[in-house]
Design a protein around this ligand. Structure first.
Ligand code: PLP
Length: 217
């Protein structure tokens, strides 16, 4: 079955890269998928899931969390500041910290609530105008700014341009993380998670290869 197949391929990629077994976390991206498919993957014992919209996650996950223990929920899509409070209640990890205004909002909420999800800073490695993320030349400064705010920065995340060789982007992200002493690398999706693992991914975000093609909402 698809989940087993992806786990096997992750394990093989870890071995090829000389990395410890189990060092890569598989985030099953369940956005837009029918609930039966998500439930089937929960039934197979998987507990780490990702969504790209706060609203959609809020409508879907509380009911699953009633029925299944130890679910870990990751936000991988853009976060508006006015949804930050809701997102902090819902998600264990946020992969889309992409601008100073959001960093300030999260820091203020973390103070107020006494907790904060783990955070990945999204880097726009392809410098694409339509894509969210900190530009590579601004990354070191933004990481320092977030640390200054006391935010729990786990690592960096990227979504490479579709028409380019993803390895170049994975390598760039790993380089920025390395020089800033960050160990987390959220990179690699259905089509390219093995090359991401070869370049140091600690978190891969795999949707359609697990659940099947997404039908538009
Ligand atoms: C949808 C999505 C994924 C998963 O994409 P697949 O190609 O279906 O594996 C990964 N990361 C982000 C940010 C996404 O929005």
């Amino acid at each position: 079955m698809a989940l087993e197949d992806i786990r096997t391929r992750i394990a093989a990629a870890e071995t090829r890269a000389g990395r410890d077994a189990g060092s890569v976390e598989l985030i099953a991206i369940s956005k837009v998928q029918p609930l039966e498919r998500v439930e089937a993957v929960l039934g197979q014992g998987h507990r780490v899931f990702g969504e790209n919209r706060v609203q959609e996650a809020a409508g879907k996950w509380p009911a699953f969390q009633e029925r299944f223990d130890d679910i870990s929920l990751h936000l991988v899509g853009p976060l508006q500041s006015n949804k930050a409070r809701q997102a902090m209640g819902l998600f264990d990890v946020i992969h889309s910290l992409d601008r100073p205004k959001l960093a300030t909002a999260l820091a203020r909420l973390a103070d107020e609530l006494g907790h904060c999800p783990k955070l990945f800073i999204q880097v726009n490695t392809g410098e694409e105008p339509q894509k969210a993320g900190i530009l590579p030349p601004d990354a070191d400064g933004f990481i320092a700014e977030c640390r200054g705010l006391g935010l729990p920065i786990e690592g960096l995340m990227c979504i490479p341009p579709i028409e380019e060789e993803p390895s170049l982007h994975f390598a760039l992200l790993a380089k920025i993380a390395g020089r800033n002493g960050l160990s987390g690398l959220s990179m690699g999706m259905s089509a390219d998670f093995e090359s991401a693992i070869a370049l140091g991914a600690t978190h891969v975000r795999v949707g359609s290869a697990i659940f099947g093609a997404r039908t538009p909402a």
